[in-house]
Design a protein around this ligand. Sequence first.
Ligand code: ARG
Length: 464
Amino acid sequence: MSNKDSKLWGGRFTEATDEFVEQFNASVGFDKRLFKQDILASRAHAQMLAHIGVLNDKDCDALLQALDKIETEIEAGEFNWKSSLEDVHMNIEARLTELVGEAGKRIHTGRSRNDQVATDVRLYLREAIEEIDARIESLQQAILKIAEQESGTIMPGFTHLQVAQVITFGHHMLAWFEMIQRDRSRLHQCLVSTNVMPLGSAALAGSGFNLDREFVAKKLNFASITHNSLDAVSDRDFAIEFCAFGAILFAHLSRIAEELVLWTSTQFNFIELPDRFCTGSSIMPQKKNPDVPELVRGKTSRVYANLFALLTLMKSQPLAYNKDNQEDKEPLFDTVDTVHDCVVAFANMLPHITVNREVLLNAVQQGYATATDLADYLVQKKVPFRDAHEVVGKTVKYAIQQNKRLDELRLDELQKFSPSISDDVFEILSLEGSVVSKNTYGGTAPARVKEQIELAKQRMKEFA
Ligand code: ARG
């Protein structure tokens, strides 16, 4: 059979497509995922063609009914996808013609697969962004819930993974919240870039028909329409932006994952994950492995790779549409799925962690975490900070030799290092005193943490 008979574009061809090329060229295996969007856009396009008088109402109605039927067929798994028809767009168009004859052949008036696919991907991503945004909000809520429960829980704060100063667990949770909050604002920015309609750009030049693009945009609920047809059919920035959002989100999720993995280790034992989020070892009976955070950490690699794939895909592409762009879908879909699943995994798991408050407290006590507080105390007693730092360094060295915590040293022992020390020092050597004193805006004092929790709840609403 010649292409003239079997292909929607067969008119100028004299031989059939090479069998291998047919498979090589086909994208329907993955772009059928866009069927809903493709049908949605076709409905709006058909209605617009009728509205401007290019299509009669009878044909338009027939098309709309057939599109409904096709949607039902696909959803029921009864649609016969053919790779010989290349992609989702031509599969649906061919079926339209099967169902309604002539009218089906008119749907592609004033339209190209180039503006069609660009529109479908934007519709798809817009929906995906909304779904992901809701999942991220749940994750933020889970983090805030822990922050509330643990706003006064003492834990070591680290720099260089060495105990640095006393902080509260709630404060640590709020740091996670901030990372995710910025990711969310990037996601919303990406929604703005995505929510622009290319349809009506046709193949590359615009159309000779007097298409009412605003009419279509309104039907499809797009915020605006593209300003240049060449750019509109070739632009995939919005998808790159989404993958960049995903990459940065995963920078954060992988940091959270890493802390969860560390904290659940026997050595740290700061928290426990519920059994149902962990697995065992097939050989070592004692093991309870933190698979979920490890997988999130691991999946960071594919999300980074997807961003790089799209950047490389677009690099040096001449205007306008090139078939290269068919390669945009798998990295984008994979990013959507991976972001979605990992955010859900954390949002489901975090509300059920157990925080080992005793262990956290003990970890701070071992770490000389109030050393800076002691230096600050000396400064208040008019000792210059550099000298205070030196004095406290020596005091810590002595305490380590004595195998004592700072607050276990007697006043006379402390006074050997500085005569400026008096018995009010023990207040500031207490862990509670230390955190309460960090009362700068955004600091770890429990009152400040509570303040930020309330503010965080308000800031989340800004996205609604
Ligand atoms: N399957 C194609 C894609 O994903 C659709 C557009 C094809 N356009 C073309 N003129 N061959 O990009």
